[in-house]
Design a protein around this ligand. Structure first.
Ligand SMILES: [Zn+2]
Length: 228
C-alpha cells in the first residue's frame, strides 16, 4: 500500500481534512473540496494523493486487513471524525476470508461500522473478499447506499450485486464484460492504491462504453450526488 502524500499546498482547491494525521492504513483519507468543475475527474476511492485534475471522495474506516485487538478504540476515533466531517463516507470496511485477521473480529468491526454508516447517514465503501453471503446478510435492512469497491468479478456476480442495490466501483484491474454490463447510474471509477492518474482509466472505460470521457465523468458526478 502506498503512503498518503501531501500534495502541493499552493493549489487553492486542496485542503486537508482534520483526519490527516490518522494512520493511513486505518483510515482511507482523501481531500475535501467544496465545488467541483466537471473538468475535475471523480476518483471514488484512492489511498494516494489525487492528481491535480482529480477529486477523491473522502472516506474513513477500519480496514479488515489491519484490525487490531483494540479496534473499538479506533472505532471511537472514527466516530469522532464522522461527527467532525459531514462529507466523510464510511470505509473502506468489510470482510475478507483470505486475510490473516480473525474472521469474528472482522465481523464485529464491520457490523459496528455498518451501525455508524446508518447512524450518521453516510454511504459505505465495501471491501469484500470471499464473504458475499455474510455481506448480503448484513446489508439486509440497511438504508444507506453501499459501494462495492475494486470490483473484478464476472457479469453474473455483478447482476447479483445490482439486485441488492449495490453501486459498483471499478479500478484499473477489472473485467471489461462486467464494466459494460454495469448500468451507468450504478458505476464509479477508482485508482485505489495504483499511482496512475485516473484520467487514463476514464479514457479506457469511455472507449469501452463508446462515450466520451467528459460525459462519463459527468455521469459519475451525478451518481455521487445521488449517494449524498
Ligand atoms: Zn482501498
Amino acid at each position: 500500500m502506498i503512503p498518503f502524500q501531501k500534495p502541493s499546498t499552493s493549489n487553492p482547491i486542496h485542503q486537508f481534512p482534520h483526519i490527516f494525521h490518522f494512520p493511513f492504513y486505518i483510515l482511507h483519507l482523501t481531500l475535501s473540496i467544496v465545488h467541483f468543475p466537471l473538468s475535475i475527474y471523480l476518483n471514488f476511492h484512492t489511498h494516494t494523493a489525487p492528481h491535480e485534475d482529480e477529486y477523491a471522495q473522502p472516506s474513513a474506516g477500519l480496514h479488515p486487513w489491519h484490525l487490531k485487538e483494540d479496534w473499538p478504540s479506533e472505532l471511537a476515533i472514527l466516530e469522532n471524525r464522522l461527527q467532525e466531517n459531514p462529507t466523510l463516507f464510511v470505509g473502506e470496511c468489510g470482510l475478507d476470508r483470505l486475510c490473516d485477521t480473525p474472521y469474528d473480529r472482522q465481523q464485529a468491526a464491520f457490523e459496528a461500522q455498518i451501525t455508524l454508516s446508518e447512524r450518521y447517514e453516510r454511504p459505505l465503501v465495501l471491501h469484500c473478499v470471499k464473504s458475499l453471503d455474510d455481506v448480503l446478510r448484513l446489508k439486509h435492512g440497511t438504508r444507506q447506499p453501499w459501494i462495492w469497491h475494486g470490483f473484478r468479478g464476472k457479469p453474473q456476480q455483478l447482476r447479483q450485486l445490482l439486485q441488492h442495490d449495490f453501486y459498483i466501483s471499478f479500478g484499473f484491474r477489472h473485467n471489461p464484460e462486467s464494466l459494460k454490463a454495469c448500468p451507468l447510474n450504478r458505476l464509479f471509477l477508482e485508482t485505489d492504491d495504483d499511482p496512475r492518474p485516473i484520467a487514463s482509466l476514464y479514457s479506457t472505460v469511455a472507449q469501452l462504453l463508446s462515450i466520451t470521457p467528459e460525459n462519463l465523468n459527468a455521469q459519475l458526478w451525478k451518481n455521487l450526488h445521488q449517494l449524498r
